[in-house]
Structures are given as structure tokens and as C-alpha cells.
Write a protein that binds this ligand. Structure first.
Ligand SMILES: *Cc1c(COP(=O)(O)O)cnc(C)c1O
Length: 216
């Protein structure tokens, strides 16, 4: 589906929810996509992209950044502490802060680098064993811990279980954000971004609906 169609669906969802036009940021998830497809979206003027692996992003985005101004790159996949420095140098936002060890590493590196990407704390709303993210019951304490480390926490992120109604998870994430005074909500993907917007998403992460299916 062309980028313009996704943008107009986002605009419609914003209007339906009584939200201001432009209050939702579209992160075009370019992981695994061939460079020609990514380039086509850059040529259309879009600048906000998401990747889930540091290595893969490091292999393609520096070259794009030389040719296109104003790229805004978001890490949406798990981050190992030994790649934290590289991630902080490459990305403008990190959506996968999910454990104290990583938070402490980011805080130390932020001191050293004098800057830090915008951070989102990932919450494992479905309490799935294989999934990253802090458990909902531990979210308040972890948010407080990150704030005590002076980290720039902008919001929360979740990836609902594939076999459950996503809106329940979006509502839970919104509730945790609200009681912690956080504005940012990174939630909603190709199949469910409109319901995420209805429940307050500020960042939707849309891949296949823009670029087509990923072939691994
Ligand atoms: C791949 C990915 C997306 C995009 O998924 P689509 O279904 O292709 O829109 C969104 N968020 C995360 C964390 C992802 O890894």
C-alpha cells in the first residue's frame, strides 16, 4: 500500500479519536526490506524509520544519511548492552529499554557521550516468556529507576501477543503511561495501527503495509 494511503488512514484515525492532526508519528519499519524500497519511501519525502537490529541498521543507514537530510531513526528491537554505544550513536530513539542492566549502561554512556536518544520502555503486556519487556507489575518501579538515572524516558512501547485482541494491550499500556505521567505511546503495527491510535498511540510502527511483505 502506498505511503500516502497509510498517512491518510492515520489522519482519519486521528480525527475519529478527536486527536490533533499530526499527533501520531509514522515510523516506517524498514527491517529486511530491499534498499530500493526504502529509497523509494525516502524519495517520497518520508524521514522517520524503524529497524530492529543494530547491525543491520549500521549497514545501511549511514549511506542513506549522506544522501537524505533529517533522517529520524528508531530502534524497535531488543538491545544487548554490548551494542548500546553503537545504538546510541546511530539511533535518535530507542523503544526497547527493558531491564536495569541496560538502563544503567545507557545512563553511563549518556554521561560519556553528553547526549542520549529519546527512550521508550518496553512493557511485556502479554507476559509472554519469549518476549522482551518489563512485566506490567514491575513497570512503575522500572520507570522510576530509569528516571532516577536521569534517562530521557519519553514513553512506553508494547508488542501485543499475536493471538490476542491488541486493543486490550494498547489500553493497558496507555493506563500504565498515564499513571506515570508519560506522554509517548509506541504501539500499533500494520494490522492494528488504527485501534492503537484510538487508544492514544503517539508512534505507530508500520512495516509490511508500506513496503510489502518481508522475505527473509
Ligand atoms: C517488524 C516490526 C514492526 C512492523 O511490523 P509490520 O507488521 O510489518 O507492520 C513493528 N514493531 C516491531 C517491534 C517490529 O519488530
Amino acid at each position: 500500500m502506498p505511503l500516502e494511503d497509510i498517512k491518510s488512514r492515520i489522519a482519519k484515525a486521528e480525527a475519529n479519536a478527536g486527536r490533533a492532526p499530526g499527533s501520531v508519528q509514522l515510523i516506517a519499519v524498514s527491517k529486511v526490506q530491499p534498499n530500493e524500497r526504502v529509497e523509494a519511501v525516502l524519495e517520497e519525502g518520508h524521514r522517520c524509520f524503524g529497524e530492529n537490529k543494530v547491525q543491520e541498521a549500521a549497514g545501511k543507514w549511514p549511506a542513506f544519511a549522506e544522501r537524505f537530510d533529517g533522517i529520524d531513526l528508531h530502534l524497535i528491537g531488543p538491545l544487548q548492552t554490548n551494542k548500546a554505544r553503537q545504538a546510541m550513536e546511530l539511533f535518535d530513539s530507542i523503544h526497547s529499554v527493558d531491564r536495569p542492566k541496560l538502563a544503567k549502561t545507557l545512563a553511563r554512556l549518556a554521561q560519556e557521550l553528553g547526549t542520549c536518544p529519546d527512550l521508550f520502555i518496553q512493557v511485556n503486556t502479554g507476559e509472554e516468556e519469549q518476549k522482551a519487556g518489563v512485566m506490567p507489575a514491575e513497570a512503575d518501579a522500572f520507570i522510576a529507576e530509569c528516571r532516577a538515572l536521569d534517562l530521557p524516558v519519553k514513553g512506553l512501547m508494547c508488542i501485543p501477543p499475536v493471538d490476542e485482541e491488541p486493543s486490550l494491550h494498547f489500553a493497558l499500556l496507555a493506563k500504565i503511561a498515564k499513571r506515570n505521567g508519560l506522554q509517548g505511546l509506541s504501539m500499533g503495527m500494520s494490522g492494528d495501527f488504527e485501534s492503537a491510535i484510538a487508544l492514544g498511540a503517539t508512534h505507530v510502527r508500520v512495516g509490511s503495509a508500506i513496503f510489502g511483505a518481508r522475505t527473509y
